[in-house]
Design a protein around this ligand. Structure first.
Ligand code: AVJ
Ligand code: FE
Length: 389
C-alpha cells in the first residue's frame, strides 16, 4: 500500500505546526514545569517525536538507528509496557537534552519517516502514522495551554507573541435559546471511515428523555454575576469534594482572572493582562465550578450522550464543555492491541468527559463523537460549560 501524498503532507504539516507554536518562546520558557499537569514545551517536542520513533521507525524501518538510546527514558510519557521513564514531576528538571538537541531529534525522525513513506508501506504503518499525527495534534493543544500556564503564572505576564492567534475572547451570541430534543433511542459513537480514537468506538444505543440544551456557552458576564451572588461561598451549591477543593486552594474566580480595583482582568496569550469582555465565552473552570454554577441556576450539565445528539444543532468548538458523564468505556469497547492499549483505556476511572473543542484545538482534530477527559479539579485547558435541563 502506498501512503498517499495527502497523508505525507498531513504528517509534515503537523510536524511544522508544532514548531510554529514554539517559535515565540525564549529558551528558558522551554524548560519549566510550574505544576505537575503542565509539561515543559521541550518535553512535548521530544515526546511527540519519540512516539513516531517508538511505534513506527523502531519496528517498521529496516536498519533504523535510534537517535539516542537514552531518549525513551526521557520522553516516554506513561507507557508501562514500554519501559521505565522519568517521573512526571521531574519533567521540568531536565536541563538536558538541550532544546537544540531536541530540535535535531525532531529533524532526524521527520526525515526518517519521510524516507520510509516514500517506499511501499503496510496498512499497519498507515494506521500507526495516522495515530501519531493525531497524537501530535493533541500535544499541540497541550502545548498552547501549557505555554499559557507558564507565561500567565510568571509575575511579568509576558505576551506570547508570534503569528498564531487563539481568539481567546470569542464572543457568544447574545440571544441564548433552548434547543429541545425529543425523547427516544439514539445511537452514540463513531461510525464513519475517518480516524477516531478507540474510546469513541462501540457504537451503541442510548435512551434519552426529553431535554433541552442551551445554544450558547456560559459567558464571563454570567460568571461575574455568579461571583457577586456569592457562588463561591455558598456551600449548598457544591459537591463535598468541590467544596474542599475551593477551601484548600482559596478559589474565588476562574483561572487567570485577577481583580484590580472593582474590575476583572484575565491573562491572555495574545495581549497579556486584559480587561474581561463580559460577552465572551467563559474559560478555565473546573468541573466542580461548572456543577456549582448549574446548581445556582437551578439547571444541570448535559450528559455526553445528550451533548452528542444535540451537537448537530449547535455551534460548538470554542470551549471544551464539561459534561455530567464519567469517562467510561462504551459497551463493546475494545482497547488497541499492545502498548497503544495504554493510550486511552487505562484512564477510564475518576475522570469526567468533556465534549466539543477549543480555540486551542488544532484544525482537523476534534469531531462530534470526540471524547476529551480530565480530572474534576483541572482547569488550565480552555474549559467552559453549556447548561441543560
Ligand atoms: C485526551 C488530553 C486527556 O493529555 O493525556 C496525549 C491526550 N494522550 N498523549 C492527555 C494525550 C496521549 C490526553 N487527553
Ligand atoms: Fe502523548
Amino acid at each position: 500500500m502506498i501512503v498517499t501524498e495527502i497523508l505525507l503532507e498531513f504528517f509534515l504539516e503537523t510536524r511544522q505546526h508544532t514548531e510554529r507554536l514554539c517559535k515565540p518562546l525564549e529558551i528558558e520558557d522551554y524548560v519549566v514545569q510550574p505544576i505537575v499537569d503542565v509539561s515543559p514545551p521541550k518535553w512535548h517536542l521530544g515526546h511527540t517525536t519519540w512516539f513516531f520513533e517508538e511505534f513506527i521507525l523502531k519496528h517498521h524501518k529496516e536498519g533504523y538507528t535510534l537517535f539516542s538510546d537514552d531518549f525513551a527514558f526521557v520522553f516516554n510519557s506513561y507507557y508501562e509496557s514500554i519501559g521505565k521513564r522519568v517521573v512526571r514531576t521531574d519533567r521540568g528538571n531536565l536541563s538536558r537534552p538541550t532544546v537544540d538537541q531536541v530540535y535535531a531529534y525532531r529533524k532526524y525522525v521527520t526525515e526518517a519517516l519521510k524516507d520510509l513513506l516514500e517506499g511501499d508501506v503496510s496498512a499497519e504503518v498507515t494506521k500507526l502514522l495516522t495515530i501519531g499525527i493525531h497524537h501530535e495534534k493533541q500535544h499541540q493543544e497541550l502545548l498552547a495551554t501549557d505555554i499559557k500556564y507558564i507565561l500567565g503564572n510568571n509575575p511579568l505576564m509576558p505576551v506570547y507573541g508570534g503569528d498564531i492567534s487563539f481568539r481567546e475572547s470569542v464572543k457568544e451570541t447574545p440571544q441564548s435559546q433552548w434547543t429541545h430534543i425529543t425523547e427516544g433511542v439514539y445511537e452514540i459513537g463513531h461510525n464513519t471511515p475517518e480516524f477516531c480514537y478507540d474510546n469513541e468506538l462501540g457504537r451503541h444505543k442510548v435512551y434519552l428523555h426529553d431535554y433541552a440544551i442551551s445554544n450558547t456557552l456560559v459567558t464571563n458576564g454570567e460568571w461575574i454575576a455568579f461571583i457577586e451572588a456569592g457562588g463561591y461561598n455558598k456551600t449548598l451549591l457544591w459537591h463535598a469534594e468541590g467544596w474542599d477543593w475551593v477551601q484548600k486552594n482559596n478559589i474565588e474566580c476562574p483561572m487567570y482572572w485577577h481583580k484590580v480595583g472593582d474590575k476583572w482582568y484575565h491573562y491572555t496569550l495574545e495581549k497579556g493582562l486584559q480587561e474581561i469582555d463580559e460577552s465572551a465565552a467563559l474559560a478555565h473552570i473546573s468541573y466542580y465550578e461548572a456543577f456549582a454554577y448549574a446548581q445556582y441556576k437551578g439547571l444541570r450539565l448535559p450528559t455526553e450522550f445528550e451533548w452528542e445528539v444535540a451537537s448537530k444543532h449547535l455551534d460548538w468548538g470554542d470551549r471544551w464543555e464539561w459534561t455530567e458523564s464519567a469517562y467510561l468505556p462504551y459497551p463493546g469497547y475494545k482497547k488497541e492491541e499492545g502498548a497503544l492499549g495504554e493510550y486511552n483505556g487505562k484512564f477510564m476511572v475518576n475522570q469526567k468527559v468533556l465534549r466539543g473543542g477549543s480555540v486551542a484545538t488544532p484544525s482537523r482534530h476534534t469531531r462530534h463523537t470526540y471524547r476529551n477527559f480530565f480530572q474534576t479539579g483541572l482547569r488550565w485547558q480552555f474549559t467552559g460549560l453549556r447548561l441543560a435541563k
